[in-house]
Design a protein around this ligand. Structure first.
Ligand SMILES: N[C@@H](CCC(=O)N[C@@H](CS)C(=O)NCC(=O)O)C(=O)O
Length: 212
């Protein structure tokens, strides 16, 4: 398997962490879609990372499709001897799994709004659209409060076992530290802070820390 992505993208990190937690070997090809020399559009017509090239040569994109694929592959392998064991991304119960997927989308939505602000902030000051930034900030604020309610209901998000929602939230929130530190997301979110601190101590997160 070959994963194409940048070192800073929270969506790419979500998949790198999931693969490491599952003990699945993969080749990581560093490619930033913002560079003029990028090959990302060859793998994803939308020009976004992550993209995955499977051992069968199929190309998949969008982090959540890739997550579904690697979960499916490990389920199939689990039926065979010597299967790699590791993190189960979604609970077995289908309704519980739906709730985990909902929380993944919430974490991703916070990331999408954060990326929109980050890009807007890079435009010349007189060309920045303040109302747009405020709209995106509202999504992040409400999203963080919703995640906090879930995190404070248990030690994990949406399930009592580590799952893809924890990983997605951890990657998004650590990305906010990197790109939008002034949002100070930890303030008023003690359960999320505790969750992210525990996640950040895991080898899978330590091995995927973005360069400064
Ligand atoms: N929904 C997508 C989002 C991916 C995404 O937005 N990736 C950003 C990097 S953080 C990107 O590649 N942006 C390039 C672009 O929008 O042209 C996923 O989960 O894979």
């Amino acid at each position: 398997m070959k994963l194409i992505g940048s070192l800073t993208s929270p969506y790419v990190r979500k998949i790198r962490v999931a693969l490491l937690e599952k003990n699945l070997p993969f080749e990581f090809v560093v490619d930033s879609p913002w560079e003029t020399s990028t090959h990302v559009p060859d793998f994803n017509p939308l020009g976004k990372v992550p993209a995955l090239v499977t051992d069968d040569g199929e190309t998949l994109f969008d982090s959540n499709i890739i997550a579904e694929y690697i979960e499916l592959m490990t389920e199939l392998k689990a039926a065979s001897p010597n299967a790699a064991s590791g993190l189960q991304l979604f609970p077995n119960d289908r309704l519980a799994a739906l709730r985990v997927r909902q929380l993944v989308m919430l974490a991703d939505g916070i990331g999408d709004a954060g990326v929109n602000i980050f890009l807007e902030n890079r435009r010349p000051a007189d060309k920045q659209y303040t109302e747009w930034i405020e709209r995106q900030t509202g999504k992040i604020t409400r999203g963080l409060d919703a995640l906090e309610r879930h995190a404070s209901a248990g030690s994990r998000l949406g399930s009592d076992k580590l799952n893809l929602a924890d990983v997605a939230a951890g990657c998004m929130l650590l990305w906010l530290d990197l790109r939008l530190a002034s949002l100070n997301w930890r303030e008023g979110h003690p359960a999320l802070t505790s969750l992210v601190d525990r996640l950040a101590a895991r080898p899978s997160f330590q091995q995927t820390t973005p360069p400064l």
